[in-house]
Design a protein around this ligand. Structure first.
Ligand code: ATP
Length: 139
């Protein structure tokens, strides 16, 4: 029996990544991977840098790397809001490597608490991009 379809909207700061029907959504919740299907109870889930995927209503699976954000399940619809969403082929490893070096340099300097957390977040994004790209390139 075909899985029930729910309405999914995946939005990053700079784009609407997907809007349409989906069968299943897998997200990097802060305490591990979580899957959402149709008729999931209403809730808001914090997500972190990590692999996400969803199966579209035509059966195709979409894989991407997501940043921090939220997934809101309400009224039978699912909305994901994230700092960034990138497909494996769109990730520029050299740029991520340079971002990691910049973040590491900043972390070695004297920083305010806010700057320290910003540098840690930059480092986490760069490391996630590098790891995710390697994972897909090695397949
Ligand atoms: P950088 O210092 O290289 O800009 P960043 O982590 O500060 O990295 P973000 O704020 O996370 O960048 O993202 C800004 C925009 O640039 C987003 O659209 C994001 O998808 C894109 N982006 C950032 N780094 C990369 C990368 N290595 N490859 C592809 N797109 C990237």
């Amino acid at each position: 029996m075909a899985a029930k379809i729910f309405k999914l909207k995946v939005i990053a700061c700079d784009k609407v990544f997907y809007e349409g029907g989906a069968e299943i959504l897998t997200i990097p919740a802060e305490d591990g991977l979580m899957q959402i299907m149709a008729d999931h109870e209403s809730m808001v889930i914090a997500i972190t840098n990590g692999a996400m995927s969803f199966r579209r209503e035509d059966g195709e699976t979409v894989n991407a790397l997501t940043g921090t954000g939220f997934v809101c399940v309400a009224g039978g619809e699912v909305t994901m809001l994230s700092h960034y969403i990138e497909r494996p082929e769109d990730i520029d490893v050299i740029r991520a490597c340079e971002a990691r070096e910049r973040a590491e340099e900043r972390l070695m300097q004297h920083q305010s608490k806010l700057e320290y957390y910003q540098s840690k977040a930059s480092l986490a994004r760069a490391m996630a991009r590098m790891a995710y790209k390697t994972r897909f390139t090695d397949k």
